[in-house]
Design a binder for this molecule. Structure first.
Ligand SMILES: [Zn+2]
Length: 114
C-alpha cells in the first residue's frame, strides 16, 4: 500500500465516523425539536421548558462542531486529491508527520494555527 493509499484509507475511515456522529447528533436535535413542538401545544406552563431550551443549545452546539469536523475531513480528502495533503495552507511547508498523526485533518502546521 502506498503512503497516499494508506492516508486515504485513514481519512475515509475517520470521515465515516464523523459522519455517523453528525447523523446521530442531528437525530438527537430533531428528537428534541419534536419534544419542544409537543410542549408548545400545551397551554399550561411546563417547568421542563427551560431545561429543553438549555438542552437544545447544547445539542445544536454539538451538531455544529460535528459539522465543522466533517467539513475538515472533506477538505482533507480534497487536498489529498489535489496532491496538497500534508502541506501547510499558510506557509506551504510540509506539516510534520507527528502533527498529522494527532490530527489527520490538519490544514496548517502548529506554528501557523491561529
Ligand atoms: Zn505553516
Amino acid at each position: 500500500m502506498s503512503r497516499e493509499t494508506s492516508i486515504r484509507a485513514l481519512l475515509v475511515e475517520e470521515r465515516e465516523q464523523l459522519l455517523a456522529r453528525f447523523n446521530k447528533r442531528a437525530a438527537d436535535l430533531e428528537a428534541l425539536v419534536r419534544a419542544r413542538r409537543n410542549e408548545s401545544d400545551d397551554d399550561e406552563h411546563d417547568p421542563e421548558g427551560e431545561t429543553l431550551s438549555a438542552q437544545w443549545s447544547m445539542r445544536a452546539g454539538l451538531l455544529e462542531s460535528a459539522r465543522e469536523d466533517l467539513q475538515q475531513a472533506d477538505n482533507a480528502l480534497k487536498r489529498l486529491d489535489a496532491g496538497q495533503y500534508g502541506e501547510c495552507a499558510a506557509c506551504n511547508h510540509p506539516i510534520p508527520a507527528g502533527q498529522l498523526e494527532v490530527r489527520p485533518f490538519r490544514e496548517r502546521c502548529v506554528a501557523c494555527t491561529p
